[in-house]
Design a protein around this ligand. Structure first.
Ligand SMILES: Nc1ncnc2c1ncn2[C@@H]1O[C@H](COP(=O)(O)OP(=O)(O)O)[C@@H](O)[C@H]1O
Ligand SMILES: N[C@@H](CCOP(=O)(O)O)C(=O)O
Length: 327
């Protein structure tokens, strides 16, 4: 359960006086997510999500994240909308943390997605990329190659506690990615964390995207590689080619990848696997026992990273040849 900061009813009621949301009738912590503290609020009007921003969310980035949700929603993408305070601001302070109210999105995230769902995710991701093109704020990706190095420095000395030999393997992986990371691919606003728990469905229909708190400006195809990692591996670690094909086809049906992006997919997927390995490793080593959060397994992403090292062409992710030669 991700509730790092507890709130009192009195403080919450005081916080809500700054908004036009009706009377609070109940609230409870949400037992999901790992980054921020989330609460479901019922009021005499619509249900709401209250988010208290924690360690990895820099308050200075909130105008970007919350403004992006407004921008994407205005462009027709289904995502939560931040509620403005009476003074027009998009967030305030609660229990000493920056805090915002966002609209409640109907739907559920899928525990067992199928290829047809991956196709919808690919489409939604591409729509988000197109819609983000005219968003006026920018935010560099603090979790790209340089950020990975900083994270790694904090965990490297203890990495072999998790698996023998990791220190050497990851250091050389970082060197490799640093030397070969693509620079000249199409870039724009990316979600950067479009995992299963951040995509809601109503039945088989995608009802919206949530959790834009890693969104940033980076390579668009890097976001595709994040989704391949998050959606197209089975629990036993096997890559599901059918899901990969569906996700890539869904994406390309809205925004075709160009030749350079396609050729870069294997290295981008290596990088995105490393990125999630590193945050998970850091959390694994530093989250205190008894914290109200379910820690995620870094080794899942180490296995994915090793898989991507063997890939020589995007066709091995399910990209079909006709597309490759046509672009
Ligand atoms: N706008 C929303 N509408 C409905 N549920 C939400 C919304 N935002 C968050 N949630 C719920 O809270 C959980 C955690 O939210 P998330 O933004 O992923 O947190 P974190 O950033 O801590 O990972 C989600 O899995 C979902 O159950
Ligand atoms: N998706 C990341 C962790 C971030 O959690 P989220 O709940 O914000 O998606 C991972 O799986 O490592």
């Amino acid at each position: 359960m991700a509730v790092y900061t507890d709130i009192t009813e009195d403080d919450l009621k005081q916080f809500l006086t700054e908004y036009d949301v009706g009377e609070l009738t109940s609230y409870k912590g949400i037992a999901e997510g790992v980054e921020n503290s989330n609460f479901l609020l019922h009021t005499t009007r619509d249900p709401l999500i209250l988010t208290l921003y924690e360690k990895r969310t820099d308050e200075r980035d909130l105008p970007f994240f919350l403004g992006l949700m407004q921008h994407l929603a205005a462009g027709g993408l289904s995502c939560p909308l931040p509620l403005p305070r009476n003074d027009g601001g998009l967030y305030g302070t609660l229990s000493g943390r920056p805090a915002a109210l966002i609209s409640f999105l109907e739907g559920m995230w899928l525990r067992k997605p199928e290829a047809k769902h991956c196709r919808e995710v690919g489409k939604a991701l591409a729509r988000m990329h197109l819609s983000g093109q005219d968003f006026e704020l920018t935010r560099p990706n603090s979790l790209s190659v340089e950020g990975w190095k900083t994270l790694w420095e904090k965990s490297a000395a203890r990495a072999d506690e998790v698996e023998t030999g990791l220190q050497e393997e990851i250091s050389s992986e970082l060197d490799h990615l640093g030397r070969n990371w693509p620079k000249d691919l199409a870039a724009g606003v990316i979600h950067a964390d479009l995992f299963q728990d951040n995509v809601f469905f109503l039945g088989d229909e995608l009802s919206g995207l949530i959790d834009f708190y890693f969104a940033c400006n980076d390579l668009l195809a890097y976001d595709v590689s994040i989704c391949l990692n998050a959606w197209c591996f089975e629990k036993d670690g096997a890559y599901n080619l059918t899901k990969g094909q569906a996700l890539i086809e869904g994406y390309q049906s809205v925004r075709p990848l160009d030749k350079a992006e396609i050729e870069a997919l294997p290295i981008l997927a290596r990088g995105s696997a490393l990125r999630f390995f590193l945050t998970r490793l850091y959390d694994w080593l530093t989250t205190p026992a008894g914290a109200l959060v379910v820690k995620k397994d870094p080794l899942e992403y180490l296995r994915k990273l090793r898989f991507h090292r063997q890939i020589t062409s995007a066709t091995e992710y399910g990209l079909v040849e006709e597309r490759l030669s046509a672009s």
